[in-house]
Design a protein around this ligand. Structure first.
Ligand code: CTP
Ligand code: CA
Length: 225
């Protein structure tokens, strides 16, 4: 059936979304990960698709089911997520990075399961590449780049720092201080901060409703281009 452009304002646009945690392998049976469920990113991917976009969802390990019609690319590590994002970034009009990417990865991978020996054990870690900052450097004026910030203190100042440092169009600040918002819940409490300093505060609501709010801000940004 015919679709009205008004219902599907992102028709003819391509979107790239990241979701979930990354797993950084230590040895064949162990990894460093985090409690991200992927729910927020999957909800954003679904909403973008519902609004008419052609969506690629790059996801770390998650139990979420890919929304119908969304192209799912599954990855494990931060390095794999970077490679998948690089592959799709240039052709994307809208990019939303909601993944909880590891900041550090083991300096060395042990081919065989590490045996316990001494009473204490130190693991050497090295920084991963900041995927979002890397894409921010490559961004053109026609692309909308959205990042997330997870903060426990100095929330607004820290989020604003990430917004400018990573060259984003806006950043979604996740409040971790209140119950019902966070990694494995179905709800989220966000503030969107724009480059011009405008702040949009939203109520605690379902991640599907939060995804709609974020996509509404993306639409406003697209209309300003
Ligand atoms: N991010 C990323 N690649 C990384 C680390 C983070 O793409 N290696 C992205 C996340 O997807 C998110 C944003 O950067 O959109 C902010 O992540 P966050 O962990 O809040 O900030 P960091 O810049 O990693 O700073 P820190 O953890 O030290 O607060
Ligand atoms: Ca981080």
């Amino acid at each position: 059936s015919e679709q009205y452009e008004g219902d599907k304002p992102f028709t003819h646009l391509r979107a790239l979304v990241t979701a979930g945690p990354t797993y950084e392998a230590i040895d064949p049976v162990r990894f460093i990960g985090n409690h991200s469920s992927g729910k927020m990113g999957y909800a954003i991917a679904k909403r973008l698709h519902d609004l008419g976009a052609t969506v690629t969802l790059v996801s770390g390990p998650s139990h979420e089911i890919a929304p119908k019609g969304v192209d799912l690319v599954k990855v494990n590590s931060a390095a794999e997520m970077l490679a998948a994002c690089q592959e799709h970034f240039q052709s994307s009009d809208i990019v939303v990075m909601s993944a909880a990417v590891a900041d550090y990865t083991p300096t060395e991978y042990a081919d065989q399961k590490i045996k316990k020996k001494e009473d204490s054990f130190a693991l050497s870690l090295q920084r991963t590449t900041d995927i979002l900052a890397t894409l921010g450097q490559q961004k053109t004026a026609q692309q909308t780049l959205v990042g997330f910030a997870l903060e426990t203190n100095d929330e607004l100042a820290n989020a604003k720092g990430k917004l400018t440092r990573k060259n984003l169009d806006f950043i979604v600040l996740n409040s971790t201080n209140d119950t019902g918002a966070g990694f494995s819940t179905d709800t989220n409490h966000i503030t969107i901060i724009e480059r011009d300093g405008q702040e949009h505060r939203y109520e605690l609501k379902s991640k599907d409703a939060v995804a709609s709010d974020i996509c509404e801000r993306i639409l406003v940004h697209r209309n300003s281009l």
